[in-house]
Write a protein that binds this ligand. Structure first.
Ligand code: TPP
Ligand code: MG
Length: 807
């Protein structure tokens, strides 16, 4: 039984608090109305607002404590404002895309409006004390995308509560007493991510309090088309925990339903739910029903097109703010006049916030515009091209709500007109362009990766040390030794994934470690790749060092949406305000068959900019990279070679300390005729081909790139090509995948084309997936003979006499 179930919260609310809530609800509504008008009037590109959801969010905020987390979506403006973490001026600054974090601290203008993010990193990118904030994890637009990480945020509380070794990390937790408040729209609960998360929450018993804001629609599609029984609480009833609630009873989640216009019931419900969640770590779903959309879904359309007159009339009647007002009047907390006065005041304060935000936004660009106009005028003076320049200037001067783009275009056009003029005529404009380009680089392109002192890119590496006593062991034992040491020295490190615990992963890398370090450190999960990644993201956001395992690389596609939308973009989209240094461990490239041989590197490098992608050729290299990544604060994906666990390796004496720098290739064999660039399992295949080629007098230089993101930061490959004048890029991805990327990086990026005497070539797998068994592998993935033939072909073109046709 819930202890305070029978206490009516409203009995302890004061009139002042009730009226303050009314003021906030009213002010938030005014902001929504003005925001939409701003979009219609051309001041903002797009707007989506929290109107119709105000009351529930005010109630939720009352149960939110410092150190808690909100992992929600674009409707939550009232929630965040009620927590005191959002001013309406900031709200409008984001609507206008004000790039200054002093004005939009959430995302520095990088996200659409309604995307809130606590800056839990300081200006150097280092953690601040999360227990002092009402934390919001940066919202995102893909519906339900915010949900997978919520399981990890909640799971972190469980670890902080139950692992005493973590109790000293007081800037992240107060003994696990934090709740993660998830929010999601009714229609978005149709997504698999949501179901996966709710099931995992029930299994894990973590303090996740999920609110469904049910307004009956997902844009135009009604709930009957979305949810079985048109009710998410009914549909999830099987997850409901069983009474009596003792350790022996069936664990599950607790489900509450409440009307979104019923102020006292909302407050009661959130109080009860939060207590249960916080104290007992029982996951909770609150299905907040009968919400409305006074202005429709967003600025992109009008709901009159798809809602019936009856529905619209019902929405007007059950508008939560209207019902709240009636309730205040019915209970005598205020008079109609008093409430009207509050409404009038909020109209004013909302307008003031909007004007202040707009003026600040315009002022932030005005200096650059004025300077550009001035420079254009000066350049036009006494110049035969004056009229053309003045026309450019006029376009800029007359631009309606001008933005930075307009000024840049004008200055570039002017510099083109002046292309034959002496430097002194062009100088001022050229300098303006250089300065603003650098500033725009910071405004729009900074923080894709960590810029903090902990950035793994700043790790210069620690060389491996070998001695006569360095043992030679199977690859999986290298991993075992490595992880044993890692878990022993850092309590923040946890590993989760399918089969990682009891059996120590399918290739034995963690074998015996659960027994040694406990289930709380090395933990089996359900088969749920999306929320395995989400669980890792949430933990990494809270100061832990999770290694989450995707059992086989081919199964990463199940989690790709979460990786690309949330993890890879987090640091960038908060302009350095948040980070999640998650390490993803997986294995791939070569084994047997369609779903156990994958090497979809092109798909990864093109989806996961913002993460490091590491492709070590053996387990020792893997350990060296894990060391670098664990010390660092960027997210990374590391793919071990599936066929490498049973191969012998010599283990460095400093396995736990040696670090491999990111973006530094290794030359595995020196040669003079041709450079072959590759990575992972292909290193051994190319090496074998190099021996075969040597037999007929062709000398191969073999380079292992080691990391695809970042790629050869110091242009080691260029150095090789300058010597050999020929280059081949080889891997096991599809044609046009990572080989095309490597070719672009070297030929275009490093400008290697100028040293090439033969056309650059790629060697890759076939367009289809690799069929089962060794012949399937041989005839669909590159083998030493393919490499030999390709290189022979290139050399035959150079010296046909010396290298006659072979087959
Ligand atoms: C993955 C994904 N699919 C589609 C969309 C487009 N979209 C944006 S909001 C929305 C409806 C969401 O409805 P609901 O979850 O009920 O939230 P509400 O907007 O009603 O609060 C859709 C389909 C999206 N943003 N992401
Ligand atoms: Mg909805």
């Amino acid at each position: 039984m819930i202890a305070n179930e029978h206490i009516r919260t409203v009995d302890v609310l004061t009139r002042e608090e009730i009226l303050a809530d009314y003021r906030l609800a009213s002010e938030s509504r005014q902001v929504s109305l003005l925001g939409r008008r701003d979009v219609m009037g051309g001041r903002a590109k797009f707007g989506i607002f929290g109107d119709g959801k105000e009351l529930a969010q005010i109630a939720a905020a009352k149960s939110f404590r410092r150190g808690d987390f909100r992992s929600g979506y674009y409707r939550d403006q009232t929630f965040v404002a009620a927590l005191g973490e959002l001013t309406w001026q900031q709200f409008f600054a984001q609507l206008y895309a004000h790039t200054d974090i002093a004005h939009d601290p959430n995302t520095g203008g990088r996200n659409m409006n309604g995307h809130f993010a606590t800056r839990w990193l300081d200006e150097n990118g280092l953690w601040r004390n999360q227990t002092e904030f009402f934390n919001s994890v940066c919202d995102m637009a893909p519906t339900a995308g915010q949900v997978p990480r919520s399981i990890g945020l909640a799971y972190a509380s469980k670890l902080y509560r139950h692992n005493p070794a973590l109790h000293s990390l007081t800037q992240f937790s107060r003994h696990g007493n934090e709740i993660t408040f998830g929010t999601i729209g009714d229609a978005s609960t149709s997504q698999g991510m949501f179901w996966e998360t709710m099931n995992a929450a029930g299994v894990l018993q973590v303090p996740l309090l999920m609110s469904v804001w049910d307004d009956g629609y997902g844009i135009s599609v009604p709930v009957e088309y979305q949810t079985t029984k048109a009710s998410i609480s009914k549909a999830l009833a099987g997850l409901q925990r069983e009474a009596p609630y003792s350790d022996a009873s069936e664990k599950g989640i607790e489900i509450f339903t409440v009307k979104g216009w019923d102020y006292p019931a909302l407050i009661d419900t959130y109080r009860q739910a939060a207590r249960l969640c916080r104290d007992e770590h029982v996951p909770v779903l609150i299905h907040v029903q009968e919400l409305t959309q006074p202005q429709g879904h967003s600025s992109s359309g009008s709901h009159e097109r798809y809602k019936s007159k009856d529905r619209l009339a019902w929405e007007a009647e059950y508008d939560c703010n209207r019902q709240f007002k009636n309730w205040i009047l019915d209970n005598g907390y205020a008079t109609a006049e008093e409430l009207t006065e509050i409404e009038e005041e909020t109209k004013k304060s909302a307008r003031q916030a909007r004007n202040d935000a707009w003026n600040a936004y315009v002022a932030s660009m005005q200096g650059d515009f004025d300077e550009a106009l001035d420079l254009l005028q000066r350049a036009a003076r006494n110049n035969p091209k004056g009229p053309a320049l003045m026309a450019v200037r006029e376009d800029l001067r007359k631009a309606f709500n001008p933005i930075r783009r307009d000024a840049t275009i004008a200055v570039k056009r002017a510099l083109r007109i002046l292309r034959n003029d002496p430097p002194e005529t062009r100088q001022g404009l050229a300098e303006w362009l250089r300065r603003t380009s650098a500033e725009n680089e910071d405004r729009y392109s900074s923080h894709l990766y960590s810029q903090s002192p902990d950035s793994p890119l700043k790790n210069p590496g620690v060389p491996a040390v070998y001695s006569e006593n360095s043992p030679i062991v199977d690859g999986y034992l290298v991993m075992q030794r490595y992880f044993d040491n890692l878990f022993g020295r850092d309590p923040r490190v946890v590993a989760i994934g399918e089969d990682v615990g009891h059996i120590g992963d399918v290739n034995q890398g963690f074998a015996g470690l659960q027994e040694k370090y406990g289930e709380i450190r090395i933990t089996d999960t359900g088969i749920r790749e999306t929320t395995i990644i989400g669980q890792g993201i949430g933990m990494a956001m809270r100061g832990l060092k999770p290694i989450t395992e995707i059992q086989y690389f081919d199964y990463i596609f199940y989690a790709l949406a979460t990786l690309t939308d949330d993890l890879a973009s987090l640091h960038y989209r908060t302009k350095g305000g948040q980070k999640a240094p998650l390490i993803i461990r997986t294995r791939g490239h070569r084994l047997e068959g369609i779903w156990h041989s994958g090497s979809p590197m092109g798909a990864m490098i093109n989806s996961l900019r913002g993460m490091h992608i590491v492709v070590p050729r053996n387990m020792t290299q893997a350990a060296g990279f894990y060391n670098t990544l664990i010390k660092g604060d960027d997210p990374a994906l590391l793919i071990e070679c599936l066929n490498g666990y049973r191969l012998k390796e010599r283990v460095p004496d400093n396995l736990s300390e040696f670090c491999l720098p990111l973006g530094v290739p290794e030359v595995l064999r020196e040669g003079s005729d041709i450079t072959i660039v590759t990575y992972g399992s292909m290193c051994r295949i190319v090496m074998e081909a190099a021996y075969q080629l040597a037999e007929i007098g062709i000398s191969v230089e073999l380079i292992d790139v080691q990391t695809l993101l970042p790629f050869d930061r110091h242009h080691r490959i260029l150095e090789s090509v300058r010597k050999t004048n020929r280059v081949v890029f080889a891997d096991e991805d599809f044609p046009g995948g990572a080989t095309a990327y490597m070719m672009q990086q070297v030929v275009d990026g490093q400008k290697a084309y100028q040293y090439l005497d033969s056309p650059p070539r790629t060697i890759s797998a076939k367009d289809h997936r690799p069929p089962y068994a060794s012949d399937g592998d041989y005839f669909s993935k590159p083998n030493p003979e393919d490499v030999f033939d390709c290189v022979y072909d290139i050399m035959r073109e150079v010296e046909p006499q010396r290298f006659p046709e072979l087959y």
